[in-house]
Write a protein that binds this ligand. Structure first.
Ligand code: GLA
Length: 373
């Protein structure tokens, strides 16, 4: 009897330790039209947590300890679900069906021209007028321990926002005990289509966006980037970063060269808003970027399977967006590192293909790994 009780106690202990990371389902208010939004919070034993909401399968918050153990939010975003619709900035959202730009809001696939909404000058941006970020995703699965995990799905109808084929998109967020948050996008289609799904988290490692990110040190594992035309569409060139303000092969403060007006690419982007070609083989999970805030000591490493990563320094934020903690977000208050295929790939045969055929499984995986020093 005693032995049995001891065994049971041991089992409980063991299970508790093994099930350390937890996923908890809760509410996140409602949209103005009454639609209820749910949240899932992933939390581990190391003080890190991440909240995902069903609107846009959005990464709404990422709490990470600093070098002194202080837990603060390292992402920008809103406290209220409706703000994600009325003050769109793509904070932490899942972007689709096509992240970033498609030139002149049209593309040709198998000889047929597809027309999209021009929602960014002449171009289509982030999936159109009502992209995946503005849709309510379905929670498919929530699991705790040893890793905490949530899977969400969204079915995009054939022809939605002008794209061909019914697309079934999924995203799984996984938090482990090593302070790594993995984000896995997947998709299948009923007809040939183009797809580029990614997460659009705005990071600020200072914590609760206390300071801007100009002093953050950035390393980008990229020998080349894709310069853009005045509407931010890549020209097709793959330009070496060497000798330019785009050289982040060694850790460099974002602010060190961002005001270099002699650089035409920085002038066009109002800062950094460019796709970097990640060194190594696309499809393999490899380090794409490392970001360090020397003050808080927080370090974030981004690993990705994608061929490219969009490095954006929040250039369009103008102080009119009031986010979490009632904070007004201004230019340079955050950086985005969005792994994906290249912007406008559907119109550029020289770029990695964005095509997805029926029977194929699309994937785009990324890891945001945190540590301190
Ligand atoms: C991407 C684009 C930027 C901007 C942001 C969202 O990073 O490249 O130009 O549109 O999304 O504001």
């Amino acid at each position: 009897m005693k032995t049995a009780r001891l065994a049971a106690a041991c089992l409980t202990l063991f299970t508790t330790a093994a099930n350390a990371a937890t996923a908890t389902r809760g509410e996140f208010g409602a949209l103005a039209d009454g639609t209820k939004i749910e949240a899932v919070t992933l939390a581990n034993d190391k003080g890190m947590s991440a909240r995902i909401i069903t609107l846009g399968a959005t990464l709404q918050a990422v709490i990470v300890p600093d070098k002194n153990g202080r837990k603060e939010d390292v992402t920008l975003g809103y406290d209220k679900a409706q703000d994600y619709l009325t003050r769109p900035n793509y904070f932490g959202v899942s972007v689709g069906r096509y992240a970033n730009r498609i030139a002149k809001a049209s593309f040709v696939l198998d000889g047929k021209t597809y027309k999209l909404a021009a929602n960014d000058g002449p171009n289509s941006l982030h999936g159109g007028t009502r992209g995946f970020d503005k849709r309510v995703w379905t929670i498919e699965n929530v699991t705790s321990g040893p890793d905490a995990r949530v899977t969400l799905s969204y079915i995009s109808a054939d022809g939605e926002e002008g794209f061909p084929g019914q697309l079934r998109a999924t995203v799984t967020y996984t938090l482990n005990e090593q302070n790594e948050l993995q984000v896995d996008y997947g998709a299948t289609t009923s007809k040939p289509t183009v797809v580029n799904l990614t997460n659009h988290a705005y990071f600020n490692l200072s914590g609760n966006a206390a300071r801007d990110v100009m002093g953050h040190l950035v390393t980008l594992k990229a020998e080349r980037f894709t310069p853009v035309d005045p509407t931010l569409i890549p020209t097709g060139e793959r330009r070496p970063v060497a000798g330019t303000p785009f050289d982040f092969r060694k850790p460099t403060a974002i602010g060190a060269r961002i005001r270099d007006a002699s650089n035409a690419q920085l002038r066009i982007g109002r800062g950094y808003d460019h796709n970097f070609i990640v060194d190594g083989k696309a499809g393999d999970m490899r380090t794409a970027a490392i970001v360090e805030d020397p003050v808080s000591g927080r370090v974030m490493e981004v690993r990705a399977t994608a061929p490219g990563i969009q490095f954006y320094t929040g250039n369009f934020m103008d102080g009119t967006y009031f986010g979490k903690n009632n904070r007004a977000y201004r230019q340079g208050d955050a950086l985005c590192l969005e792994p994906g295929t290249f912007p406008n790939a559907p119109n550029n045969p020289g770029f990695p293909s964005a095509r997805l055929n029926p029977g194929q499984a699309y994937f785009n995986s990324m890891v945001f790994a945190f540590r301190t020093r």
